[in-house]
Write a protein that binds this ligand. Structure first.
Ligand SMILES: [Zn+2]
Length: 76
């Protein structure tokens, strides 16, 4: 886990240096504020809320940064 975290941090730093944007799957894994690797149940709290629009709330347990993802349902 520690190795993966440092690798991701390195990757992020490299991306910032070179101006290359990180792929979406990596972006979602990192806290936008503190750069913490987000592991559900460990460093991030994930909650699904279904008021009006169904969405997922990710809360970084390191800095408290909250992020919302709206779940789009294509079945209509
Ligand atoms: Zn954070």
């Amino acid at each position: 886990m520690i190795i993966a975290r440092s690798k991701l941090r390195m990757l992020k730093r490299l991306a910032m240096k070179t101006g290359i944007r990180l792929p979406r799957k990596y972006k979602r894994l990192l806290c936008k504020k503190c750069g913490e690797l987000l592991i559900p149940g460990r460093t991030v709290r994930v909650r699904v809320k279904s008021r009006r629009q169904k969405h997922v709330v990710q809360t970084c347990l390191n800095c408290g940064y909250m992020r919302r993802f709206i779940i789009n349902r294509k079945k209509d």
